[in-house]
Write a protein of this length. Structure first.
Length: 113
């Protein structure tokens, strides 16, 4: 089973940007649709963006126009470019097969001045 590992989180000021990476232990083509999720304190995990093997993308309304999901097939990596970050974007961010699978450790994103 291909495992996914998130990285790239950190502390950023409101209005700033971060790029998260989701590195696969094998070929990302083995996963039809990969999604980026987040879990904010006291809230349930939510799906933010997804990308399929053909490169088609979908976004949640809360991040549409600010976040961009992309993939580098040669590097077996899916990215989440996050721009115009807000305090309410603070959360642990995860990537996963949208059909289900084990969750990784995630990467913490904190937006604060």
């Amino acid at each position: 089973q291909v495992r996914l590992v998130e990285s790239g989180g950190g502390l950023v000021q409101p209005g700033g940007s971060l790029r998260l990476s989701c590195a696969a232990s094998g070929s990302i083509f083995s996963i039809d649709v990969i999604g980026w999720y987040r879990r904010a304190p006291g809230r349930s995990r939510e799906l933010l963006a997804a990308i399929n093997t053909g490169g088609m993308t979908n976004y949640a309304d809360s991040v549409e126009g600010r976040f961009t999901i992309s993939r580098d097939n040669a590097k077996n990596t899916v990215y989440l470019q996050m721009n115009s970050l807000k305090v309410e974007d603070t959360a642990v961010y995860y990537c996963n097969n949208v059909r289900g699978g084990p969750w990784g450790q995630g990467t913490q994103v904190t937006v604060s001045s």
